[in-house]
Design a protein around this ligand. Structure first.
Ligand code: CAA
Length: 260
């Protein structure tokens, strides 16, 4: 049985982690299915953006502790699934919007919080809670938490969350810059899909270049990042869509994108 649901709303792919009995804990099988679904949408020319959410009260409560419990150092060291998750999501060209849902308190912990941070944008329902509670089970974040959280919310707040395992609310996550916007719980998925549609209606190569340039800011020095941005900016002048976008603006009409 599949551990996720996959569907399309117009030009937006929707992936729902569907293992609610285990609060969508990230088992090896779930991660494999997730990467497969992401790759299918990424290579589908009809899809311009992807929304990722979770069924039930948790977006994801992190890595599957039942699978982790018997790991030895060597098993953990040799097991590549979290690395595959990081690398696999980094390789997706189209924007991924995490919609941290929940009709009760939605929980996003450990690897779940790290999964959301691997995405390009995070939207949250107003009852969502974010945390990296790994220290409470004798380990530390292992899917990017110590590296990405500090970049998202700064050292003081990241250190506090990681050292205490305490949760922060969606509102605090928005104030700190981890979350782009908080919505009423029942509006979250429709709003995330709506934003996905607005992105997907633009020129796909332009959006992919914009995403690539922004993500490089986390990897490069300012000097190299500015050069990288310039080169991609110059590359847009090789696109029919760049010519169409500017011509349509000057002719006061709506642009007709050809994704070329
Ligand atoms: N892995 C496996 N199963 C999990 C799980 C996880 N991360 N989180 C919850 N579950 C399971 C529970 O075992 C329980 O299953 P059973 O009904 O079969 O007993 C079910 O989901 C419901 O969970 P609770 O009864 O605990 O629900 P709750 O509402 O009382 O508490 C919670 C919710 C606070 C999220 C609590 O479940 C919890 O603390 N979960 C663990 C969170 C955590 O430590 N995450 C980090 C995992 S390690 C990691 O992610 C490493 C990394 O960085 C890669």
């Amino acid at each position: 049985m599949s551990l996720l649901l996959s569907s399309m709303t117009e030009n937006v792919g929707l992936i729902t982690l569907n293992r609610p009995s285990a609060l969508n804990a990230l088992s090896e099988k779930l991660v494999k299915e997730l990467l497969q679904a992401l790759n299918e949408f990424d290579s589908n020319p009809e899809v311009g953006a992807i929304v990722l959410t979770g069924e039930g009260k948790a977006f994801s409560a992190g890595a599957d502790i039942k699978e982790l419990n018997d790991l030895t150092f060597v098993n953990a060291y040799m097991c590549k699934f979290l690395q595959n998750l990081n690398d696999g999501i980094a390789a997706i060209r189209k924007p991924i919007l995490a919609a941290v849902n929940g009709y009760a308190a939605s929980i996003l912990l450990g690897g779940g919080c790290e999964l959301a941070m691997m995405c390009d944008l995070i939207y949250a329902g107003e009852t969502a809670k974010f945390g990296q509670p790994e220290v409470k089970i004798g380990t530390i974040p292992g899917a990017g938490g110590t590296q990405r959280l500090i970049k998202a919310i700064g050292k003081a707040k990241a250190m506090e969350m990681i050292l205490t395992g305490d949760f922060i609310t969606a509102q605090d996550a928005e104030k700190a810059g981890l979350v782009a916007k908080v919505y009423p719980v029942d509006k979250l998925i429709p709003e995330a899909i709506e934003i996905g549609k607005r992105i997907a209606c633009l020129s796909t190569p332009v959006i992919v270049m914009a995403k690539e340039a922004v993500n490089q800011a986390e990897e490069m020095s300012l000097k190299n990042g500015l050069l990288f941005e310039s080169r991609l900016y110059h590359a847009t002048f090789g696109l029919n869509d760049r010519k169409e976008g500017m011509t349509a603006f000057l002719q006061k009409r709506k642009a007709q994108w050809s994704n070329s």
